[in-house]
Design a protein around this ligand. Structure first.
Ligand SMILES: [Zn+2]
Ligand SMILES: [Zn+2]
Length: 253
């Protein structure tokens, strides 16, 4: 079979598979629940992927939240009021978009329904929307799960995302305490919940003086990322940037 012929054969097979899957299983989009026209292209429909909008600039250089105005833009670093007030261990943050709509459903499908094939396209969107943040980064470090939760879930969604960023991945952190799920706690208790929950691994030594991107699926209050960044900096990491698939946006005035 020639290349062109093989390609045509492959396309025909994919079409046939799509048609058969659509009829026999009628798989639905993991985000909007509409039947998928092309199930072989992944569990989320193109309309849902297209609906994921970036956060509206100007964004805070510290936490990545949208800034209320362009007022601060002439400063070397555009920081929101909260970031100007408190010094943080995370130097810069970015997310694909807000934790709502299709993006929220996609993160849920990845994390709780084990749709791991979603990590690739999500990581591609993270790369695309955080080009400047990833510039000059030496390594990616995924926020670790506690071993018991990792066993329960079978995988760490943050590690899957980190692997898709095309940056060398370093397992520099481990979680030594099985903390309550951050989502189950009020915002005020989240920093305490994750304090001291992380330790450096032996491989973390490679990161001394380096710039690291910390990777997670969702940033809610930033408490987990802060705890990880603090641990990394205590280990000699020069700069910690955070990149998440989604972020819960706090509207500041
Ligand atoms: Zn959809
Ligand atoms: Zn900020």
């Amino acid at each position: 079979m020639g290349d062109a012929q093989a390609l045509r054969f492959g396309v025909a097979c994919a079409r046939l598979c799509d048609a058969l899957l659509a009829v026999v299983l009628a798989p639905a989009c993991a985000a909007c629940n509409e039947p998928l026209d092309h199930p072989t292209r992944g569990p989320v429909c193109p309309t849902c992927w297209r609906s994921i909008l970036p956060l509206t600039p100007p964004l805070c250089d510290g936490c990545g939240d949208p800034l209320p105005t362009w007022r601060t833009i002439s400063m070397p670093l555009a920081l929101c009021a909260r970031c100007r007030r408190t010094r943080r261990h995370v130097d810069r943050s970015r997310a694909i978009g807000a934790y709502e709509g299709a993006l929220r459903s996609i993160v849920h499908a990845l994390k709780y329904d084990g749709r791991r094939s979603l990590a690739g396209p999500l990581a591609a969107l993270m790369r695309d929307r955080a080009r400047d943040l990833l510039e000059g980064v030496d390594a990616a470090v995924a926020v670790p799960l506690h071993p018991s939760r990792r066993r329960e879930r079978g995988f760490n969604q943050a590690a899957d995302l980190a692997r898709g960023l095309r940056v060398p991945v370093c397992r520099a952190l481990r979680r030594i305490r099985a903390t309550s799920a951050q989502s189950s706690l009020p915002a005020g208790r989240r920093h305490g919940n994750v304090r001291g929950a992380f330790r450096l691994t032996r491989t973390a030594r490679r990161l001394i003086g380096k710039t690291v991107v910390l990777v997670d699926d969702v940033c809610t209050t930033g408490a987990t990322l802060e705890a990880c960044a603090r641990t990394l900096k205590e280990g000699g990491v020069a700069q910690v940037r955070a990149l998440t698939a989604a972020r819960v946006v706090t509207r500041q005035h």
